[in-house]
Design a protein around this ligand. Structure first.
Ligand code: ZN
Ligand code: ZN
Length: 352
């Protein structure tokens, strides 16, 4: 039986923490559940899961649909699209069966790439390599999740580039249907013979739009600040998300509209494998703590202070004032509360 390999390349950067990663998990589960009721898909579809943040990793090598089980998705720091593409191309070279005189190889593989951010690496070389060497023998469907996704690089990568504007669970159920129907259609058409264009189900434009022109792919400035802290007691990381307060709101509160302030929006515990997927280049961007409103407790150990700043610029949790060791750099410091009208502290931002 010839295989139809389907690669999912999923962005698991910190900005995906919370709803996005939960919905991504639901998408995988939903697609698998739906495809298993389709005999064509059951016969041909093989699935592989690749995740990327600062680094890329294969979580599931190509496996037949019947024995595929969606893996737990980890999170990391960074959005290295170039690294992800290089990893994907190496994985394809390694795992695909080629057509030879003796054997019939795999059907033309399909790649679903999902990302919510701007690449934090130089992705141009990898995009060019994909276009030159892979785009004729594999179909790439690139989907930007939400308004902050870098649609320019997705559109440079493939003509089948989309923006997903789904937000509610209901929207995501419709997205799952679109993905499943597209994959079902593809599994039927490969059985009938090779097709040039990949089969995609009819677009539901209430949840997604095709990116037609590169010019159309304007960039929106991100309105979030993502920070990563580390627990003093468990050494585990956690992510804090701050959302920018809209200028309109600032005006009605009679604050100078030029002032940029961010409100604490959520805090999520992360696992140790965060460090495996994060790139370890020095992070240059920082934010002043005076621009941030609200500070969470530690989601791992329950320490009431989750926002203590070491002299290295990194964040950690604290039980209270006094001596403590930074879980990032090992420096022992004496911690006091920041002054009400003080200058604030510069905190290292995550790559998001
Ligand atoms: Zn803690
Ligand atoms: Zn430190």
């Amino acid at each position: 039986m010839r295989r139809l390999p389907v690669f999912f390349v999923l962005d698991v950067s910190e900005s995906m923490a919370g709803d996005n990663i939960r919905q991504l998990n639901q998408v995988l589960e939903g697609i698998v559940k739906s495809l298993r009721t389709d005999p064509h898909a059951l016969e041909t579809v093989y699935i592989s899961i690749i995740v990327f943040a600062g680094k890329a990793k294969t979580l599931t090598p190509l496996v037949e649909l019947a024995s595929f089980y969606p893996p737990r998705l980890p999170l990391g720091s960074g959005t290295s699209l170039g690294v992800a593409l290089d990893h994907l191309m190496a994985e394809m070279d390694r795992s695909l069966v080629k057509n030879t005189a003796e054997q019939k190889g795999d059907w033309k593989p399909v790649v679903y790439l999902l990302t919510d951010g701007k690449p934090t690496d130089q992705a141009e070389a990898a995009i060019k390599k994909w276009r030159d060497k892979f785009s004729s023998r594999a179909s790439m469907i690139a989907i930007g999740i939400g308004q902050y996704a870098s649609v320019t690089s997705l559109r440079n990568l493939t003509e089948d580039a989309f923006v997903l504007t789904a937000t509610t669970d209901e929207d995501f159920a419709r997205f799952i249907r679109w993905m499943s129907q597209s994959m079902s259609a593809q599994s039927r058409s490969v059985s009938a013979g090779p097709a040039e264009k990949v089969n995609l189900a009819k677009l539901d434009d209430s949840i997604m739009k095709k990116i037609e022109e590169i010019a159309q792919a304007a960039q929106v400035d991100e309105d979030f600040v993502i920070l990563t802290g580390r627990c003093q007691n468990t050494k585990l990381p956690y992510v804090m998300r701050y959302e920018r307060i809209a200028p309109e709101v600032m005006r009605t509160a009679q604050v100078n509209a030029e002032t940029v302030l961010y409100n604490l929006n959520a805090v999520f515990p992360l696992e140790m494998d965060y460090f495996d997927l994060s790139d370890d280049r020095v992070m240059a961007k920082s934010v002043n703590s005076n621009m941030l409103i609200g500070a969470p407790g530690c989601p791992h150990c329950g320490n009431s202070i989750g926002f203590a700043v070491c002299s290295c610029g990194q964040l950690m949790c604290l039980r209270g004032t006094g001596e403590a060791t930074c879980p990032w750099c090992g420096t022992v410091g004496n911690y006091t509360m920041a002054k009400e009208n003080g200058p604030g502290m510069d905190v290292t931002r995550s790559r998001g």
